[in-house]
Write a protein that binds this ligand. Structure first.
Ligand SMILES: Cc1cc2nc3c(=O)[nH]c(=O)nc-3n(C[C@H](O)[C@H](O)[C@H](O)COP(=O)(O)OP(=O)(O)OC[C@H]3O[C@@H](n4cnc5c(N)ncnc54)[C@H](O)[C@@H]3O)c2cc1C
Length: 267
């Protein structure tokens, strides 16, 4: 199994036919380094733990982000390189300089899960970011958001950022009682799809829900995130139904057997 660094390098490696990126460009994409301080940690659902972090120091006003961007935590590991793990900034309050990060407790005692369970007030964590290309398309007439529980922070942050009255449709797959309240001025409709005891991973649950969705009039934009093979299938299903590539943002957030990193999904 590759180590976290190999996965990070893999994520940054050029795809066939693409130019090599300069070290300066790679550094820019990795995001700025920060050290954040844990304020508190609490369970917000049976499988979700929230860690609140403070941005401290004179440079704090320069900590700026777009909705649903991520940070990469550098989680110290005994006797080795830190484990690098991507997590969405669920919300950031620039006045208090506090941000929330929500960790899915997926049942494995992995670096991300363990860190969230053990985090206590005063702990420090090195991160890179905010970073990531995920973004609302402000030209779109309507929006679809699709993902599993790892995507709840991103999808809710995006729905909250929609303009008043904007049509937004979310399809979110969860294991159980993990639904969350949404406060938004948008015309948002969220469908929670329950796995009913099945393990997270490759599944048709979201694809089937999308297949039954009637596109509204006008030009839409879809953000499709989550388990990589599901994201790939959902992207293909949306292309088959007439969206073009520019109308879909797709990114694999995790997959069984992969360690850290993320997957570009454009095949
Ligand atoms: C841009 C981006 C934003 C993300 N935002 C969030 C977020 O806000 N909250 C969040 O919880 N996750 C988020 N993720 C997903 C998260 O980074 C991965 O789930 C990551 O693997 C978790 O690290 P870990 O140390 O727990 O597991 P790792 O050590 O990376 O993985 C070990 C094994 O655990 C299993 N595994 C990992 N994740 C899951 C899972 N979700 N369900 C079931 N099995 C799993 C896999 O078999 C994997 O091989 C995001 C990913 C990306 C790319």
């Amino acid at each position: 199994m590759p180590g976290p660094d190999e996965v990070m390098r893999g994520a940054m490696a050029p795809a066939a036919g693409r130019p090599m990126l300069s070290e300066a460009e790679l550094e820019r994409r990795r995001g700025r380094p920060w050290t954040l301080q844990v304020v508190k940690a609490l369970d917000i659902g049976p499988h979700m733990r929230r860690v609140q972090l403070a941005v401290t120091g004179d440079a704090a006003p320069e900590f700026q982000l777009k909705p649903a961007q991520e940070i990469v935590l550098q989680i110290a590991q005994p006797g080795g390189e830190p484990a690098r793990r991507h997590y969405t900034i669920r919300r950031y309050d620039a006045a208090s300089k506090l941000l929330d990060v929500d960790f899915v407790l997926h049942g494995h005692r992995t670096p991300g899960v363990s860190w969230s369970l053990e985090a206590k007030p005063g702990d420090l964590i090195d991160i890179r970011g905010p970073r990531g290309r995920i973004a609302l398309n402000t030209e779109a007439d309507w929006h679809i958001f699709v993902g599993d529980e790892t995507c709840i922070p991103a999808i809710l942050a995006l729905i909250e950022a929609l303009p008043a009255g904007a049509p937004g449709f979310a399809f979110i797959e969860v294991g159980g009682e993990d639904k969350q309240e949404i406060v938004t001025k948008a015309a948002a409709k969220v469908e929670w799809l329950l796995r009913n005891g099945a393990a997270p991973g490759p599944s048709d649950l979201l694809s089937n829900a999308l297949a039954g969705f009637t596109f509204p009039a006008g030009k839409g934009h879809a953000i499709v995130i989550g388990e990589t093979s599901n994201v790939r299938n959902q992207r293909h299903a949306l292309l088959d139904r007439g969206l073009d590539r520019s109308q879909i943002y797709a990114e694999g957030y995790w997959r069984p057997g992969r360690v850290g990193g993320h997957d570009h999904v454009n095949d």
